[in-house]
Design a protein around this ligand. Structure first.
Ligand code: SIN
Length: 282
């Protein structure tokens, strides 16, 4: 049992922060911190624990600037600058990606289930998304727990997937969108990855980026991927976050997938994302 857990509400009081769960399986809304200011060592240590427990953590009413955003990300590691997001870098801040949709948009970033930039050889550990402008309703982000999705597989399927690798390709991820200056990486990663700090296994293929399981016949790869893409979408593995202006979501890309729900066209949804350096999946 976590320290100071209220069994009725699921809220956990650490020393400096409070975590209110979104669902039993994942997601926690953090209160008690102000991200427009530097954090104490205790707050940072507790946020690391909260992320490890909840896989994605959320903050409300945090009107952060670009420097606050980068400082927060740096409590968890260096900043990952994905080559493929260059066309959307904030002016003067290559570490920050502009995330914007409005009535002129023909696509939105991250609409289909994925783990961010899994096409990169060392995909980001996590992503910190801040939205300052959101539609009056809609525009939620859905998250899915890849540990739970792995745990729910049969032992036979787990054994079958062990040791397999798959190709993750930005050409698929970006759906044919190739603005000038865009680099489209392709990488091979384990189908089942082990989280470097928790040691737990999770599914690491996604409909957005994964084109093929390597070393098996193409038809077998297609059938297995179709099964896994469908399997990870089960509501039991998920939580869903409803945004308000100045909310922040911080997710661990190594054990979650997410999908940005574009149900608000032609309304505006706008903000910034920073990603944190990760390792090659194993
Ligand atoms: C993303 O995939 O990083 C975008 C998530 C969102 O806009 O909700």
């Amino acid at each position: 049992m976590a320290d100071n857990l209220d069994e009725g509400t699921g809220m956990t009081d650490y020393s400096a922060i409070t975590v209110t769960p979104l669902t039993p399986g994942m997601g926690g809304v953090i209160s008690g911190v102000d991200l427009t200011r530097p954090l104490s060592n205790l707050e940072v240590e507790e946020l690391h624990r909260a992320l490890e427990d909840r896989l994605v953590i959320f903050f409300r009413d945090q009107p952060i600037g670009h420097e606050d955003h980068k400082r927060f990300a740096n409590y968890f590691g260096g900043i990952h600058i994905a080559p493929s997001t260059k066309p959307w870098q904030a002016p003067g801040h290559p570490e920050i990606t502009v995330m914007h949709a409005d009535g002129d948009s023909t696509f939105v970033a991250g609409e289909h289930w994925h783990s961010d930039m899994s096409c990169d050889p060392e995909p980001p550990l996590g992503s910190v998304l801040y939205l300052h402008t959101v539609p009056p309703y809609g525009g939620d982000t859905a998250f899915a727990n890849m540990y739970a999705a792995y745990d729910a597989l049969s032992d036979r399927m787990k054994a079958h997937l062990e040791g397999l690798t798959a190709v993750h390709d930005a050409v698929l991820g970006f759906g044919g969108i190739t603005p000038e200056g865009m680099v489209l990486p392709r990488s091979s990663h384990p189908v089942i990855r082990t989280h470097p700090t928790s040691g737990r296994k999770g599914i690491y293929v996604s409909k957005s980026y994964t084109t093929r399981i390597e070393g098996i016949p193409e038809a077998e790869s297609e059938a297995l991927l179709a099964y896994l893409f469908d399997h990870i979408k089960q509501p039991l593995f998920q939580c869903r976050f409803s945004w308000a202006p100045h909310s922040i979501a911080f997710w661990d890309n190594r054990c979650t997938q997410h999908s940005a729900i574009w149900d608000y066209f032609p309304q505006v949804r706008s903000g910034y994302r920073v990603q944190i350096l990760g390792d090659a999946p194993f």
